[in-house]
Structure formats: structure tokens, C-alpha cells
Write a protein that binds this ligand. Structure first.
Ligand SMILES: [Ca+2]
Ligand SMILES: [Ca+2]
Length: 222
């Protein structure tokens, strides 16, 4: 009986360990990665003229001597303010350029970077210009090892949105016109002739007093 229990326990352990490995593999553990952190910057508080900062990180690299990457974003929503090198130890060479909605970096180090945990190389601060959403698109990435061999890696984008769901007509302010849109759709639901999904600001499938109250609570926001 005890033996059976032992075997069952052992099997359970094996399954758990294997499952653990599968999970880790699915998360890309061990694979070189360059990524924007945070993955998403979302909120109505990011009003025009406020700043956002994101970080360009690498992880799971064993011999990274130089790298290049481009970052693009909607220039009507975000504009460049400044960047800072977070990891400047052993920095050999830096080339950087920027244009509207566009940044590029070319970094090389004197000693190869070895890290399995995320290491921040650069931080970038952008000024919010308008409301909307945009990918912070990390592309054209190139990671090279000491002997110049390209390192297989994945690149992970960031995302920004300061879309205000209460500014239903998206004219930049929550006002009587947004209230009017809710009023016109009041009492409607999907399939109803007056249904307007934008007026259902809490996304519960019904335009009612709750949506009206939410828009009223955000009245005057821009
Ligand atoms: Ca509006
Ligand atoms: Ca609703």
C-alpha cells in the first residue's frame, strides 16, 4: 500500500516537474528576447502634455556584444522628449537618431552582456500629444554576439492608450454631446434599433442609467 502511494507521489512529482517545464518553455524561458517594458501603458490620466517613460530590456543573452533596434509610434499621439542610457558600463559605441514617431539605436559594448534576468539598456521618455492608441513598435532588431553572429531572439512591442471611453464622440472633451449620445441609445441592447455599443460605456450589453451616470461623473474631462 505504502509502495503504491510512493509511486503515485513520484508520478505526481514527475508530471508536475514536466508540466513546469512545458509552462516555462511556453513562456519563452531561455530564448533571447528584447522587449519594451511596461508591455502596456494605458489610462485616461495620460493627458496631452504629460510624459510617459518606457524601458528597452534584454534577457536570456549569454554573449551579446552589439545590438540595433528601431522604435516607431504614432507621432500625432506621442512625441520624443529624451532618452537615457541605463546600462552604460563597457559601452563601446552609441549611435542614435530620431524623427517624427521614430527612434533608432545602435549600441555596442566592450564586454559581452550576459544576463538571464531582464537588463534595461535604454529608457525613453515621450510627451503625450493627443488621445488615442498606438503600438510602441520595436522592430528591425539585430542582436550580435562577440564574433558577429546574429542571435536568434524575439522582439516584444509596447502599447499605449489614453483613449477616454466617456468621450464617446472622441472630440476631446466629455460634455453634453456625449450625454446626448447615451440619451439617444438609452434603453437599447444589441439588436435594438437604437443600439450604440459606444454608448454602453461599462460594456454590460445595455445602455441604462449606469452608463449615463458614468459619463456624467466624467463630465468636463478632456
Ligand atoms: Ca465628446
Ligand atoms: Ca451599460
Amino acid at each position: 500500500m505504502l509502495e503504491i502511494l510512493k509511486i503515485a507521489l513520484l508520478e505526481w512529482l514527475i508530471v508536475t516537474v514536466m508540466f513546469g517545464f512545458v509552462n516555462v518553455a511556453a513562456m519563452g524561458e531561455g530564448e533571447a528576447v528584447i522587449f519594451i517594458e511596461p508591455e502596456s501603458i494605458v489610462g485616461t490620466d495620460y493627458k496631452p502634455s504629460t510624459n510617459i517613460t518606457f524601458y528597452v530590456n534584454v534577457a536570456n543573452v549569454t554573449d551579446l556584444l552589439s545590438l540595433a533596434f528601431n522604435i516607431t509610434y504614432a507621432y500625432d499621439i506621442l512625441s520624443f522628449q529624451e532618452f537615457n542610457l541605463e546600462y552604460y558600463k563597457n559601452l563601446g559605441n552609441l549611435k542614435v537618431g530620431q524623427g517624427p514617431g521614430y527612434l533608432w539605436f545602435n549600441l555596442s559594448y566592450n564586454t559581452a552582456i550576459i544576463t538571464d534576468v531582464p537588463l534595461t539598456l535604454v529608457n525613453v521618455t515621450l510627451i503625450v500629444q493627443d488621445r488615442g492608441e498606438t503600438l510602441i513598435d520595436l522592430h528591425g532588431t539585430s542582436l550580435l554576439s562577440s564574433d558577429g553572429t546574429p542571435i536568434l531572439h524575439t522582439a516584444v512591442d509596447g502599447y499605449f492608450s489614453n483613449f477616454n471611453p466617456y468621450d464617446i464622440n472622441q472630440d476631446g472633451i466629455v460634455d453634453i454631446w456625449d450625454i446626448a449620445i447615451v440619451a439617444m441609445a438609452f434603453g437599447s441592447y444589441p439588436g435594438h434599433e437604437r443600439w450604440n455599443p459606444d454608448a454602453d460605456v461599462n460594456d454590460d450589453g445595455y445602455v441604462d442609467i449606469i452608463d449615463m451616470t458614468l459619463v456624467a461623473q466624467h463630465f468636463g474631462e478632456y
